[in-house]
Ligand binder design. Structure first.
Ligand SMILES: [Zn+2]
Length: 468
């Protein structure tokens, strides 16, 4: 409430949720609801839950040594009650920092009641001469240890039904049966969950009474705009490299990296239900920078400027981030990833170069020109080779080159133009020849060695050569 009044950011570092998820979250918290975040992977669900800690008081007073962080003024466990009665106002108190008031558990099928709620410790009972049903014989699980704090369960539907019943009983009735012995615990815990919407609604593996106790159901989502996505990746990706190397990532490289994820989420060859995590662009950008770093180091360049071609080196971070549908399986993960990259480059390039005349450059290739370049070519090499291509540098400047930009920056812009034209299928690219003309159209002579041929005349041999 204080943060709201002061206009502070409630969830710093959570990007793109200001008008969707965060208002719903705030309302749930103000309503004192237990809540569940429903969303696909990589939508910052766990991160939001962990950020809840910052909304707690910096520290709270507790009975020293109590495993369930009893309030000195209202202790729950009988040991603490006895102690307070015995020592009264002389009893010392301890302070519990807010970080210690957050407990998180990934739900897996092997989680037991003992893990979650606790177990009866017969040895403890025997040593103290206690009855097994006495709460002093209890070995506390995660939930009691989260008393006066936040208990987060990730992937709630994966939690066995009987554990869900145990959770519910503790929260609703303050008691639970362990191995037939009734245990009473009036806990004060905020419960928060995450789940995949498919598991949650379709499989229906959340027991009704527990579902009923979840006050708010909040849907998360992937970044709505490329701009938000870029901001999120910029924050998460490790792109500042070692001393002595300066990294400069052109905006169009960031956009293409982001667009790969957008393309993937819309691609029917990729499984929609498992989603495409925001970790895809994050790890992709890291590999793109690393490939550029590798090139800069081996070419002795102090400035690291990633190029769009470096995305090919990021396949290892892309192929593992999505599940394929049958059609995608047929094509293969690597080919699907290459298609995504090409589509992403095409989308960003088309957006940026809409209305620009690329004919001069394309014609140079159509007339038989080729540029043997690769992702290890030094910046100088790229710039030097490109000087021979009429119009190419001028076009590259449209990618936002500042006057007098250093060679690696210029090389990256040239690379973007070449990859863009390749993505638009205006020029082709191969391992042997680098960039060259696309397959020529019929009735058009495009090769230097056949300049005397009539436009309408087709050589049978030539035809075969062209079209196979
Ligand atoms: Zn206690």
């Amino acid at each position: 409430m204080r943060k709201l009044q002061a206009g502070e950011a409630l969830f710093p570092g959570i990007i793109g949720y200001d008008e969707t998820v965060i208002p719903q979250l705030v309302n749930a918290i103000l309503s004192r609801h237990n809540f569940i975040l429903l969303g696909l992977r990589g939508q910052a669900k766990s991160r939001i839950l962990r950020a809840l800690v910052d909304l707690l008081d910096e520290q709270i007073p507790v009975v020293p040594g109590c495993e369930i962080h009893d309030d000195p003024l209202a202790p729950l466990c009988s040991a603490c009650r006895a102690r307070v009665a015995r020592e009264g106002d002389a009893m010392p108190i301890a302070w519990l920092p807010r970080e210690a008031r957050y407990v998180e558990k990934l739900a897996t099928p092997d989680v037991t009641i003992a893990d979650m709620v606790g177990d009866i410790d017969p040895i403890k009972a025997a040593q103290a001469g206690l009855n097994l049903s006495d709460e002093l014989t209890m070995h506390y699980g995660l939930l009691p240890r989260a008393n006066r704090g936040i208990f987060a369960i990730n992937e709630l539907p994966d939690l066995a039904g009987k554990i869900q019943v145990g959770l519910f009983n503790i929260l609703q009735e303050g008691d639970v049966q362990i191995k037939g012995y009734p245990i009473r615990l009036k806990l004060d815990v905020m419960l928060v969950f995450t789940a995949n919407p498919e598991d949650y609604t379709a499989r229906g593996k959340i027991i009704t009474p527990l579902k009923d106790r979840i006050g708010s159901e909040i849907r998360t989502h992937y970044p709505a705009t490329r701009h938000n996505a870029m901001a999120s990746t910029r924050q998460e990706a490790w792109t500042e490299r070692a001393d002595g190397l300066r990294v400069e990532i052109p905006d169009y490289v960031r956009e293409v990296v982001e667009e790969v994820a957008f393309q993937a989420r819309a691609d029917r060859k990729i499984d929609k239900r498992s989603g495409v995590s925001q970790r895809l662009p994050i790890t992709t950008l890291e590999l793109v920078v690393s490939n550029a770093e590798r090139r800069a180091l081996s070419n002795g360049e102090p400035l690291v400027v990633p190029r769009v071609t470096d995305l090919a080196a990021a396949l290892p971070s892309i192929t593992g981030k999505f599940e394929l549908e049958y059609e995608g399986e047929l094509r293969g993960a690597e080919q699907v990833a290459r298609d995504l990259i090409r589509a992403a480059v095409g989308a960003v390039f088309t957006g940026m170069f809409e209305g620009q005349d690329t004919r001069t450059v394309v014609e140079w290739f159509d007339l038989g020109g080729s540029l043997p370049l690769s992702d290890v070519s030094s910046a100088e090499e790229v710039v030097t080779q490109s000087r021979g291509v009429q119009g190419l540098l001028a076009l590259a400047e449209r990618a936002g080159l500042a006057p007098g930009a250093p060679a690696p920056v210029v090389a990256s812009a040239i690379d973007f133009v070449l990859e863009g034209l390749y993505a638009q299928k205006k020029i082709s690219r191969s391992e042997e020849r680098g960039y060259s003309a696309t397959e020529p159209q019929p009735r058009r002579t495009t090769r230097r060695e056949e300049p005397t041929l009539d436009e309408g005349f087709q050589v049978p041999g030539g035809k075969k050569k062209y079209y196979n």
